[in-house]
Design a protein around this ligand. Structure first.
Ligand SMILES: CC(C)(COP(=O)(O)OP(=O)(O)OC[C@H]1O[C@@H](n2cnc3c(N)ncnc32)[C@H](O)[C@@H]1O)[C@@H](O)C(=O)NCCC(=O)NCCS
Ligand SMILES: Nc1ncnc2c1ncn2[C@@H]1O[C@H](COP(=O)(O)OP(=O)(O)OP(=O)(O)O)[C@@H](O)[C@H]1O
Length: 210
């Protein structure tokens, strides 16, 4: 049988609601490839990724237990005058390793179901659209105004206002995400309405996969 996979790119700024959308898609039978999760796997203790980070950033980048020091790294890649160069260094180490795992996961999904709807949940898709080794049938962006997202981060993730704005300000703008997307999910609408929109999209993609 011909391999007909529908590949969706799911993106959105931090705290826009991507995980909420992807959880719904998974319930509806989509296969999820979660890049935040992959970003954690490629820096697990003992990994090539973590070794490269230690070599590049020094031992301060690791905790006493030999794990990635996420708070230290966030301070260096999201604030300060040299943040952009450091973020590029970190991305340069992690992204190729993340893509390798994503290719492998998608391969496994297709082996299991040649008509799978595979959703790649990629927070930074607008930033990496020219280098990522995938083409997408559709790109969906989940959007909410910056101030709403900052309030969500402060309310649920224990971030200070300046930490939250630092994240927002080091990511693509809504305009950049909208420029690559063919579908927008508004996460300021009531959840039920948002789920109706997602259900409708999944139905459409299933038809395309047939
Ligand atoms: C910088 C790190 C150590 C911060 O860890 P922390 O636990 O605080 O955040 P977490 O990993 O849960 O990411 C939360 C969100 O931050 C944003 N974010 C993460 N990395 C980046 C980055 N390099 N540039 C811009 N935004 C980013 C994304 O919206 C992401 O969804 C970590 O995010 C990391 O290793 N980032 C580089 C890998 C990457 O690009 N990840 C995003 C998936 S493509
Ligand atoms: N339609 C909605 N109405 C109200 N709150 C929402 C809606 N959609 C998402 N949220 C809330 O917004 C917050 C952020 O959502 P979520 O964790 O899904 O975002 P995310 O984009 O995956 O975040 P991150 O970028 O950190 O991975 C959560 O508290 C979630 O419950």
């Amino acid at each position: 049988m011909a391999v007909v996979v529908i590949r969706i790119g799911l993106t959105g700024g931090i705290a826009a609601g991507k995980s909420t959308v992807s959880a719904r898609l998974r319930e509806l039978g989509a296969v999820l490839v979660d890049y935040d999760l992959l970003a954690r796997r490629v820096v697990e203790p003992g990994s090539v990724g973590l070794q490269r980070i230690a070599k590049c950033f020094g031992s301060d980048a690791l905790t006493d237990r030999g794990e990635l020091n996420r708070a230290w790294m966030s301070e260096h890649v999201f604030s300060g005058s040299d943040a952009e160069r450091k973020r590029k260094m970190l991305d340069g180490i992690e992204h190729p390793l993340i893509y390798e795992l994503a290719v492998q996961l998608e391969h496994e999904a297709v082996e299991a179901d040649c008509q799978a709807v595979v959703v790649h949940d990629i927070p930074l898709l607008a930033e990496v659209i020219d280098s990522i080794p995938f083409e997408f049938d559709h790109i969906v962006t989940v959007e909410a105004p910056e101030q709403v997202r900052v309030s969500r981060m402060m309310a649920t993730r224990g971030m200070s206002e300046s930490q939250a704005w630092n994240r927002v300000n080091h990511q693509s703008s809504a305009e950049q995400r909208l420029a690559i997307a063919d579908e927008i999910i508004d996460s300021t609408q009531p959840l039920e309405q948002m789920f109706d929109h997602i259900d409708m999209l999944m139905k459409q993609w299933r038809t395309e996969a047939r």
